[in-house]
Design a protein around this ligand. Structure first.
Ligand code: ADE
Length: 264
């Protein structure tokens, strides 16, 4: 396997490139792709920058030019529901583009001419990711996140959620807008700006993907400040430790090849 690892910002992926052995850097389409050995597996790390087009371009390039066989998106998100707290981890069970609306020609949220509103990530990869996230919280968390940071962000007992992740080209910082989205999208757990674009690309190309997000804010009027603080101090620790656990696990027990023939 060759795993493509995408984050929007450096702060969401800091440390991974430094942990790579035999890192080779290639610039293409205004992004730097770093290929090498990450713990037990072959990997390519890249920063997509923010938004759905940037993420789609990056995912496509990872597959078409760098030959990745799987994609992991790791980063932060706003909470999509009141049961989800800052510091919790969300693993996408399904992804939707919340700003897609070609109604009345097509139902709201449907990506026209695909017949789909929701795009599924790969189940086996997401299960491995979920295990890595649980292990991070149980085994690494107290060492990885200082007591000061735990107090600042009130990270008493972070949890792992699986559910619907909604992506759009908007930073959400308005409770009314979030409530409306939550009402329109049952099972919503997180809002962000890239995941569903990657999921669509991976669906169309037949490449398994998974999306993980640490919750940085509540998508309310404090979201911008909360996001900046979280990204600056703790986001990289989450990404680094979870990715390390995932890579080691995938190296020791490789995923079985998929039996379906999507994206041929
Ligand atoms: N990523 C992190 N927080 C977010 C928010 N509130 N809206 C969109 N993307 C985000």
């Amino acid at each position: 396997m060759r795993l493509g690892i995408i984050s929007a910002l450096l702060e969401e992926q800091a440390g991974l490139v430094e942990a790579m052995r035999g890192a080779a850097r290639v610039t293409h389409g205004m992004r730097e792709y770093v290929a090498g050995q990450l713990w037990e597996i072959d990997a390519v790390c890249v920063l997509s920058r923010i938004g759905k087009v940037a993420a789609a371009m990056t995912a496509t390039t990872l597959v078409e030019k760098f030959g990745v066989t799987h994609i992991l998106f790791t980063g932060v998100a706003g909470a999509g529901d009141k049961t989800v707290n800052v510091g919790d981890i969300v693993i996408a069970e399904s992804l939707v583009q919340h700003d897609m609306d070609a109604s009345p020609l097509f139902p709201r949220f449907e990506v026209p001419l695909t017949g789909r509103t929701h795009f599924p990530p790969d189940q086996p990869l997401s299960m491995r990711l979920s295990q890595a996230a649980h292990d991070f919280l149980e085994l690494d968390f107290l060492d990885a996140i200082s007591e000061g940071e735990r107090q600042t962000f009130r990270l008493a007992q972070p949890r792992v959620h699986r559910g619907l992740v909604a992506s759009g080209d908007q930073f959400l910082n308005d409770v009314d807008r979030l409530d409306a989205l939550n009402g329109a999208l049952p099972g919503l757990v997180a809002v962000e700006m890239e995941g569903a674009a990657v999921a669509q690309v991976c669906h169309e190309l037949g490449v398994p993907c998974a999306v993980i997000r640490a919750i940085s804010d509540n998508a309310n009027e404090h979201a911008a400040t909360d996001f900046m603080r979280f990204v600056k101090s703790v986001a990289a620790q989450y990404a680094f430790h979870i990715t390390r656990r995932l890579c080691r696990d995938l190296g020791q027990a490789p995923l079985q090849p998929r039996s379906d023939s999507a994206g041929t």
